[in-house]
Ligand binder design. Structure first.
Ligand SMILES: Cc1ncc(COP(=O)(O)O)c(C=O)c1O
Length: 380
C-alpha cells in the first residue's frame, strides 16, 4: 500500500451496461477517464459498438498510435505546431486522426501546417451545447460556436480549403452528462436540476439538428456526429443525427457518477491505503490518501472511504497529503496495517497517482495493468 486496483468483474459489468445503453449508436471511449492502455484495450476489444478513442492531447494520440490504436478524435483543440505536424504525418501514413476546431483561427492554423506538408487534415467542429437561462449559464465554457450562423462561417472556410476536410461535428452537453441530479439530502436542488436538464435536452437536440441540416445543405457529408458523455447516454441516443456517444467515466464509475436518476454503474476502481496509527479508540489514521479531483473545488471532489463501510472523513482534514484520519462506525475493529479502500471522485485521474492497477477478479489478483504513469507518460 498504497495501491490502486480495477475490479474486472465490475468493469466488465459496466462495459455491458454501457453497450446496452448506447442503443444503435457507437461508443467512443474517452481516454482521459481511463488512462491505461490495458484497460482501453479491454474495453475496445469487448464489443463492436466501440468506435475509436477520444484522446486529450496530441502527444497522447501519438502514444496511442504506437500502442496499436486507431480512429482517434482529439477531443480538444491543439496549437503546438510540431505536435500537430507529427500527427499529420501519422495521418499521412494511414492513421485516422481528427483534429478539433471551433474557430477560423484553428482552421487556418492547421491548414497552414497541412499545406506545408502537402497533406489534407481531417477536422471536427466543436459546437457549444450549453443552455442560457436568465442569470444562469447552464453548461461549460469551451466552443464559441453556439448556432448555425456562426458554424456556417467556419464550415464555408473549410470548404474553400484544399488542406482541411470537415469529417465530424461534436457537441458535449456537459450540463446533462456531468451534473448529478439524484444527490441524497438535496431534494429541491435535484428537482431544479432535473427540470433544467429536461429543457436543456430539448434545446440541445434542436441546435444540433439545425447545424447538421445546415452542413448537409452545403453538401458536406459527415463521417460522424459525436455527442455526450457518461451521464447523457439516455438523451444522446435518442437524437437521430448523432452517430456516436463519448463515454469514459462510466467504466470505472467514480463517486461523481453515483448520483444520477438515469443509471447506476458499479464502483470498478479505487485505491487502498494502510492504517498506521489510531489517534483515538474510534478513529484510525491512514498513510496518504489525499487524491483530490480536478474541477471547481468542493467536497464532491474529495475521495471517499469505501470499504470497510461506515468510515467517515474528518471535515477539517479531509483526505490528506500524508495522513488521512477517519472516524470508525461503532463495532468496527481495525488494526494497524489494515487496508482502507477509497474511491476517487473522478475516473482517469486516479491513474495519475499510481504506476499500475491490480486487476482483480473474484477475490484474486489476476493481472497488473500499467497506467499511463506506469508507462512513464504524463500528458496532462
Ligand atoms: C469532449 C468531451 N466529451 C465527452 C466527455 C465525457 O466523458 P465522461 O464519460 O468521462 O464523463 C468529456 C468529459 O469531460 C468531454 O470533455
Amino acid at each position: 500500500m498504497p495501491f490502486a486496483y480495477v475490479n474486472l468483474d465490475l468493469l466488465d459489468a459496466n462495459i455491458r451496461a454501457i453497450v446496452s445503453a448506447a442503443g444503435d449508436k457507437k461508443v467512443r471511449v474517452a481516454s482521459k477517464s481511463i488512462r491505461s492502455i490495458a484497460v482501453l484495450r479491454r474495453i475496445i476489444n469487448s464489443d463492436e459498438v466501440f468506435q475509436g478513442v477520444m484522446c486529450y492531447t496530441a502527444r497522447e494520440a501519438d502514444f496511442l498510435i504506437q500502442n496499436g490504436f486507431d480512429d482517434l478524435l482529439l477531443g480538444y483543440p491543439m496549437w503546438d505546431k510540431s505536435e500537430i505536424t507529427n500527427l499529420l504525418r501519422a495521418a499521412d501514413r494511414g492513421h485516422m486522426i481528427v483534429f478539433m476546431v471551433d474557430s477560423i483561427q484553428h482552421v487556418e492554423h492547421i491548414e497552414k501546417l497541412a499545406a506545408t506538408l502537402g497533406i489534407q487534415a481531417a477536422v471536427c467542429l466543436d459546437i457549444d451545447m450549453s443552455t442560457n437561462y436568465p442569470g444562469l449559464h447552464f453548461g461549460i465554457w469551451r466552443s464559441p460556436v453556439t448556432c448555425w450562423s456562426q458554424a456556417r462561417l467556419i464550415v464555408e472556410r473549410m470548404m474553400q480549403s484544399k488542406w482541411v476536410r470537415l469529417e465530424g461535428v461534436m457537441g458535449y452537453e456537459a450540463q446533462i452528462a456531468g451534473v448529478a441530479d439524484h444527490v441524497a439530502g438535496q431534494w429541491l436542488k435535484n428537482r431544479l436540476i432535473h427540470q433544467l436538464k429536461r429543457r436543456s435536452i430539448r434545446e440541445v437536440m434542436k441546435r444540433r439538428e439545425e447545424i447538421l441540416q445546415g452542413i448537409q445543405a452545403l453538401g458536406v457529408e459527415l463521417r460522424f456526429v459525436n455527442a455526450g458523455g457518461t451521464g447523457s447516454m439516455d438523451s444522446s441516443r435518442l437524437e437521430r443525427g448523432v452517430t456516436e456517444i463519448t463515454v469514459g467515466s462510466g467504466f470505472y464509475s467514480p463517486t461523481l457518477f453515483d448520483h444520477y436518476t438515469g443509471f447506476q454503474y458499479l464502483p470498478a476502481a479505487g485505491y487502498a491505503v494502510e492504517i498506521v496509527r489510531k489517534p483515538r479508540v474510534d478513529m484510525v489514521t491512514c498513510l496518504g490518501g489525499g487524491y483530490t479531483a480536478s474541477g471547481g473545488a468542493g467536497i464532491d471532489k474529495v475521495p471517499q472511504p469505501y470499504l470497510p463501510e461506515g468510515l467517515k472523513l474528518i471535515s477539517l482534514e479531509g483526505a490528506g497529503e500524508v495522513q488521512t484520519p477517519l472516524r470508525c462506525p461503532s463495532g468496527l475493529q481495525l488494526a494497524l496495517g489494515d487496508p482502507i479502500f477509497f474511491r476517487h471522485a473522478k475516473a482517469g485521474e486516479l491513474c495519475e497517482r499510481f504506476a499500475k492497477l491490480y486487476a482483480i477478479s473474484g477475490e484474486v489478483i489476476v493481472d497488473e495493468y500499467l497506467t499511463y504513469r506506469g508507462e512513464g507518460e504524463c500528458f496532462l
